[in-house]
Design a protein around this ligand. Structure first.
Ligand SMILES: [Zn+2]
Ligand SMILES: [Zn+2]
Length: 272
């Protein structure tokens, strides 16, 4: 019994997976529940690619899919929302009450792209990381229509610095992360554990790192979802078993699923 809560279909410009492919692969891998979480990034600063979709078409297809696979798989209306501080109002309106699960992700900072590297130009490594985290703090502090923060420390994957240190190794960055996690806990929002960390970059940790997960646990955080961030079928449920083991070792007790934005807690001991 496992749940993959981060999956990209052809509704995302960077994936070609069909919804049927996702479902059949999920069933074959023994999953009981998934959330389709396609990209939706308003005001994305890249003129080559656009991460938007028609909400009605998207939700209709997911609902049809749920009917088709009703006995085999639970399929949730999810979304990966690309957040920026100036978009909070627009995102609140766009999400409305239409989704089960919303990942708030940060793919840009200071209105500049992380993936292409524009944001990092002119910044020292830790300066860039801190500015990214401050922007995340601003968003999390003022935005409410979401379930979890996606891939919290993804920033260290990008920028041309040659190394990718753990964000909590810098006292200032650690302080900002602590503040972000405290707000999450206070707002009863959660943290996504994204296993793309195992197949992109140095492969040592999920996103966020085990040190950040430990910090979240120490602060009292309990809402954790598990997602593979799949753009290809091979990535679905990638290394879930050992990630659940890692969560147990840290001291977490539950994995969370969402229905109409409300969490359900599943004991980690029952997952295998
Ligand atoms: Zn993302
Ligand atoms: Zn994603």
């Amino acid at each position: 019994m496992f749940f993959d809560y981060h999956l990209h279909s052809h509704f995302s410009s960077d994936s070609e997976m069909s919804l049927d492919e996702i479902c059949t692969t999920a069933i074959n891998k023994g999953l009981t529940e998934i959330a389709i979480t396609d990209h939706y990034d308003l005001d994305y600063q890249d003129d080559q690619i656009e991460f938007l979709f028609n909400k009605n078409n998207y939700l209709r297809e997911i609902d049809n899919l749920q009917k088709e696979y009703s006995n085999l798989l639970t399929i949730k209306r999810g979304i990966e929302l690309g957040m920026q501080p100036h978009l909070c109002k627009r995102c609140t309106a766009f999400i409305g009450n239409d989704f089960d699960y919303v990942i708030a992700s940060i793919h840009t900072a200071e209105r500049k792209d992380l993936y292409q590297g524009d944001f990092f130009i002119g910044y020292q490594q830790w300066e860039a990381y801190q500015k990214y985290l401050i922007e995340m703090y601003q968003i999390i502090d003022s935005y409410n229509n979401f379930s979890v923060i996606g891939h919290l420390d993804v920033v260290r994957r990008y920028g041309d610095y040659g190394t990718a240190p753990d964000l909590v190794d810098d006292p200032e960055a650690r302080t900002i992360i602590e503040e972000i996690l405290k707000i999450l806990i206070k707002k009863e929002k959660g943290l996504e554990v994204n296993t793309s960390g195992y197949y992109i970059g140095n492969g040592a940790d999920p996103l966020p790192s085990r040190k950040i997960l430990k910090l979240y646990h120490e602060l009292g955080g309990e809402i954790i979802t598990l997602g593979s961030d799949s753009h290809y079928t091979q990535q679905i449920a990638f290394r879930f078993q050992e990630t659940v083991q890692l969560l147990k070792e840290i001291g977490f007790q539950y994995l969370t699923t969402f229905d109409k934005m409300k969490p359900t807690f599943h004991s980690l001991d029952n997952l295998n």
